[in-house]
Design a protein around this ligand. Structure first.
Ligand code: HEC
Length: 159
């Protein structure tokens, strides 16, 4: 049994979506609720800032205001509010609570925003729209997998 459990655990880490599909529902649909209040608060604060920045990027991008796109995208990249305000103990809790796949998605978001800032500095609008749409897909994908408890309209089963 122990072997099976370990095998399942590593399989779940490698193929979370597949495991979720056969289990009928994603392993974690409300990850915010699993965090201690302080860390959940920091996550929500980071999300609100990202939300605001992405709206500003969209408005600036369609008007060719490259400097604003670059500045706001860079702000998303640099945000990592969670990291800035965390003690070592907080980091340990986060490490124990968040699945690796969640952390990877968060990192991907920050990397994409760096690419977007670069495209804006190059005044490359096509590249900006491409990366911006990838960025928004990234928001939705993560919310579907880890926050559909919070956002029932994104429940994978309902899509
Ligand atoms: C790595 C996963 C992940 C990514 C990527 C992500 N989010 Fe979130 N987001 C979450 C989680 C989890 C919550 C729910 C937090 C909770 O309920 O405590 C959330 C909550 C939110 C909220 C609600 C905040 C509030 O007021 O409570 C907004 C707005 C939001 N995200 C916007 C965005 C936008 C915009 C993007 C993309 C640019 C994005 N998120 C990308 C995980 C993610």
């Amino acid at each position: 049994m122990k072997t099976l459990a370990i095998t399942l655990a590593s399989a779940a880490m490698a193929t979370g979506a597949f495991m979720a599909a056969i289990a009928g529902q994603p392993a974690t649909t409300n990850i915010g609720a699993e965090l201690p209040p302080k860390l959940r608060g920091l996550l929500i604060q980071e999300m609100q800032e990202i939300q605001q920045a992405s709206q500003q990027i969209q408005a600036a991008m369609v008007q060719g205001q490259h400097e604003i796109v670059a500045e706001r995208a860079q702000a998303i990249h640099d945000s990592f509010i969670m990291e800035q305000q965390m003690t070592d103990e907080d980091e340990q809790i986060l490490h124990d609570t968040l699945p690796a796949a969640f952390v990877e998605r968060d990192q991907a978001l920050h990397e994409l925003s760096a690419g977007l800032a670069e495209a804006a500095r190059n005044e490359d609008t096509d590249e900006q729209t491409r990366l911006f749409s990838e960025l928004i897909n990234g928001c939705v994908d993560c919310h579907v997998k880890y926050a559909s408890g919070r956002f029932p309209g994104l429940d994978a089963a309902a899509r």
